[in-house]
Design a protein around this ligand. Sequence first.
Ligand code: MLT
Length: 328
Amino acid sequence: MRPSTLFFSSVLVVFAFFGSSNCIHAQEFPNKPITMVMPYAAGGPGDAITRLFAGSMQKILGQQINVDNTSGASGSIGTAKVARSKPDGYTLLMIHVSHATNLAMYKSLSYHPVDDFEPIGLATNGPMVIVARNDFPPKDINDFVSYIKSHQSSISLANAGVGSASHLCGLLMMNVLGVKLNEIPYKGTGPALIDLMGGQVDLLCDQTSGTVLSIKAGKIKAYASANKSRLPSLPNTPSITEAGIKGLDINISFGLYAPKGTPKIVLEKLTLALQQSVTDPDIKKRLDALGISAVSLEQATPAYLRSHLKNEIETLNALLIKADIQPN
Ligand code: MLT
């Protein structure tokens, strides 16, 4: 056999070996612990949802799922970490609206939310609520509106960074009330909630999955839910629409992603595990206690999440640009 033929045939053997070994690894997936990145700090709404699904999916997949809170830059640092991780299914991303908004908010984003990720499926939907430190003066939502308008320059409003859910809700609230408050960014609304309870910051518009338990425990107070109708989880809190204020109706969904190039057979196993979680009665009950809901089986699919993300990129970035929010 001529040397060149020998060389090419050995190259083919090598490719065949590595190709088939990747295929074998994909077939065996998962055979070691998985990391699920939550790109916001521990203790917030995203963290609560991520830990709930990590706990459920690890039982289904038979491998431990470790939650990694790599936070900062409104979720873009943790997201970038997943984008550059090995596409083998062992590093996943649980994220919400900031996967869309970071595209408009960061000029030098090191990843593209659509091109660098494989959607696995949507997981939850949930409302938001306007909360304050317990000794914030207004006694109810009507008092709140007049107080905010006359004290706006001295009021602080926490959020989890530009483009985060809490930032968007705060932005919409300031728009509909016609005020400009002092925005204080955190690495997640978990740390913001601690400062709210301690009185270091005045207001926060956050997801119920991060606030409903603190409201019910009397650690913070809720003025109104940021949507059209009163929430079953907060029956004594009016909706902002009930209070006569239109234009604030926000719902936050979380979805699960893997890095681009993750094998199809691995993605299918992850989607199946997610679908078993969203239909699990115990998970539904635990999400309900946080004031949020699991998505339907049809929504816990790659196609649905892909279209959901593209819709958020179009609609929310237009909102941010209209609000003249400058990219970082
Ligand atoms: C946000 O967008 O406000 C985040 O979800 C907050 C968090 O999860 O910490």
